[in-house]
Design a protein around this ligand. Structure first.
Ligand SMILES: Nc1nc2c(ncn2[C@@H]2O[C@H](COP(=O)(O)OP(=O)(O)OP(=O)(O)O)[C@@H](O)[C@H]2O)c(=O)[nH]1
Ligand SMILES: [Mg+2]
Length: 384
């Protein structure tokens, strides 16, 4: 009498009308479908029961913008899931191409300004100083809006602009020129043919180097056999921090990330404030926050790769004048560790780590030790 497919979605839980027939009627009319559907529901319930038997723990990942919070979440993803979905890889590819374009646009725009100004800038030998860098390619790139794939003329424009010696000089002198350029730019720019090829799929290292500023607190759930980790990755820029407090309840762990290499940098959103001074102030409010009283603290001093190189040429004392350790790495680490931990008046810091989040080898150990601490802190939080 009625004809309908037996391939009915057994996971369909709503009893909506289909083909003018109420689903309840369908189930009564066809016992096979009813059985299949009931089996489907049993499976869902069984999985839910299994999942709910796994204890879960809430981890807040807090810290200033650009410190490496999302990069750490990507490490957790890589460690426990091993792969990313095709959809995620497509998105990462889009972000990486966007990163490259935005860096080159910044450099080309700065170069244009420099050519028309009296600022001191060392144009590359042999280049005609007042000739605009490949203007045609610069214009093509400036007008381009990235949607999905890169058209061939954009690939050419990117390569031509990066091959320009003056663009490279501009990049080398970015600090003196006060140009805020993504710290992982050199990694991508040194490997353009691979990254711009039509068959490009981002590697694990590419994914760890991408820059995609978080705009709102994002939850990532990682379910292992023993524990479900609910990671809340916060948006670190100053104007986005007032959304954090809504997530503080029931947090067993706070992982605070600061970029130790930023001691000589100011906030992009407020150029009057030193980034590391901002990070210490923020840390003080978090570590002594009453709602987070039960939560254990893990502190990451991230971007150690940049820090180690930087202290050789840019004295810490120029920015933190009570620091007297010169370019000694051990003394520098200990100074910043004391600076932060001395702010914790309400509790001990459980774990302090010096990390380079773009290095997958060293981060394997970090992920494993942090996971152990998170599990321990969860137990402590339950007992407290
Ligand atoms: N060289 C270097 N770069 C790093 C390190 N950790 C993170 N980065 C890079 O720094 C940039 C910022 O990292 P994110 O993880 O996006 O920073 P975030 O703290 O999530 O920033 P917001 O989302 O704005 O709050 C990315 O390009 C990362 O690849 C590190 O240890 N060394
Ligand atoms: Mg982020």
């Amino acid at each position: 009498m009625y004809s309908y497919s037996e391939e009915i979605d057994v996971n369909l839980l709503s009893l909506e009308e289909k083909d003018g027939i109420n689903l309840v009627e369908k189930l009564v009319l066809n016992p096979r479908i009813a059985h299949k559907r009931s089996q489907g529901i049993d499976k869902i319930l069984e999985k839910e029961l299994k999942d709910s038997a796994i204890p879960s723990t809430k981890v807040l990942i807090l810290g200033s913008g650009d410190s490496g919070k999302s990069t750490f979440v990507r490490h957790m993803r890589i460690s426990y899931f091993k792969t990313f979905t095709l959809e995620e890889l497509g998105y990462f590819k889009f972000v990486i191409h966007g990163n490259i374009i935005s860096v080159l646009k910044k450099l080309a725009e700065k170069l244009e300004l420099l050519r028309n100004s009296n600022d001191e800038f060392k144009f590359s030998p042999g280049s005609e100083g007042n000739q605009p860098c490949d203007k045609k390619h610069f214009q093509i790139l400036q007008q381009f809006v990235l949607k999905k794939d890169l058209p061939p003329e954009i690939v050419t424009a990117i390569q031509m602009i990066w091959n320009d010696e003056n663009i490279k000089s501009c990049y080398e002198q970015r600090r003196q020129l006060n140009l805020e350029i993504q710290e992982t730019a050199a990694y991508y720019l040194s490997d353009l043919p691979r990254i711009l090829s039509s068959t490009y799929t981002p590697s694990e290292q590419d994914i760890l180097c991408l820059r995609n500023s978080t705009k709102q607190v994002t939850e990532t759930v990682i379910t292992t056999k023993f524990m479900k980790f609910k990671l809340f990755d916060a948006a670190g820029q100053t104007h986005l921090r007032n959304s954090w407090a809504a997530f503080f309840d029931d947090a067993a762990t706070v992982l605070f990330v600061c970029a130790i290499s930023s001691y000589d940098q100011n906030l992009i959103e407020n150029p009057a404030v030193n980034r590391l001074v901002d990070a210490v102030t923020l840390f003080e409010t978090i570590v002594n926050n009453k709602i987070l009283k039960k939560a254990g603290m893990i502190l990451f001093f991230n971007k150690m790769d940049i820090f180690q190189e930087k202290i050789k040429t840019i004295p810490i004392q120029n920015y933190f004048n009570d620091y007297l350790g010169g370019s000694d790495l051990k003394l520098a680490k200990s100074y910043f560790k004391n600076l932060f931990t001395s702010k914790a008046t309400e509790k001990e810091i459980e774990h302090v780590l010096f990390t380079t989040s773009t290095d997958p080898v060293s981060m394997k150990k970090v992920v494993s030790s942090v996971t152990d601490v998170i599990i321990r802190l969860n137990m402590k939080c339950i007992v407290a």
